[in-house]
Design a binder for this molecule. Structure first.
Ligand code: FES
Length: 192
């Protein structure tokens, strides 16, 4: 990891008059999105969780370099940032697959068979909740209440809400999903 990835970019002009804000010194402009959020939040340390959300949205997951970047920007110990990130199940530390199936396992969905859906997808693709298939095509997640309790059981397929579907119907929908183009990072939620 270069030092550039561990330090928020500052506003300055290079020899061509290009402002440093226009690109990130690391070469990965996704860090600019984090920088913008940090500036808006005035680098307030109590914005840690929100900042981690933003980072996960743009990168799709939180790796060590991103955690250290956030820690330095907020002047917090990396161990504290790591501790907070691992405490909350909604943060993920592995790259997601091309497609994501998030099954709500909140109480209302559980009562309507969410566990059967998780088991079907898990058995069908040989992955546990929270894991990604070996070919990197599908990640199976679980979440606690996706806020659509009127549609239970609720499943998000690449961020699209599927409600009131049986385990077999969800499996069919997942099969169709895998035939479609991969989605960009950061469109899915979940805790598993
Ligand atoms: S419990 Fe599943 S959407 Fe609310």
């Amino acid at each position: 990891m270069t030092d550039a990835t561990t330090r928020p970019s500052r506003t300055r002009a290079d020899s061509q008059g290009r402002r440093a804000e226009d690109s990130h010194p690391s070469g990965d402009d996704r860090f600019l999105v984090i920088d913008k959020h940090l500036k808006r939040a005035r680098f307030a340390q109590d914005q840690l969780i929100e900042t981690l959300h933003v980072a996960q949205d743009v990168f799709g997951f939180l790796d060590e370099s991103v955690l250290i970047y956030v820690a330095r920007a907020l002047r917090l110990p990396p161990s504290m940032v790591y501790g907070v990130a691992t405490f909350y199940q909604l943060f993920t530390f592995d790259p997601p697959g091309d497609h994501t199936c998030t099954v709500c396992t909140g109480t209302a969905c559980f009562v309507k068979g969410a566990d059967d859906i998780v088991a079907s997808v898990s058995d069908g693709y040989g992955i546990a909740a929270g894991a990604t298939t070996e070919d990197g095509k599908l990640t199976l997640k679980t979440a606690r209440c996706l806020g659509s309790c009127g549609l239970v059981p609720v499943v998000l397929l690449d961020g699209a809400v599927h409600g009131r579907e049986s385990a077999a119907e969800v499996l069919e929908a997942v099969a169709l999903l895998l035939e479609s183009e991969p989605v960009a990072a950061g469109v899915e939620g979940g805790d598993g």
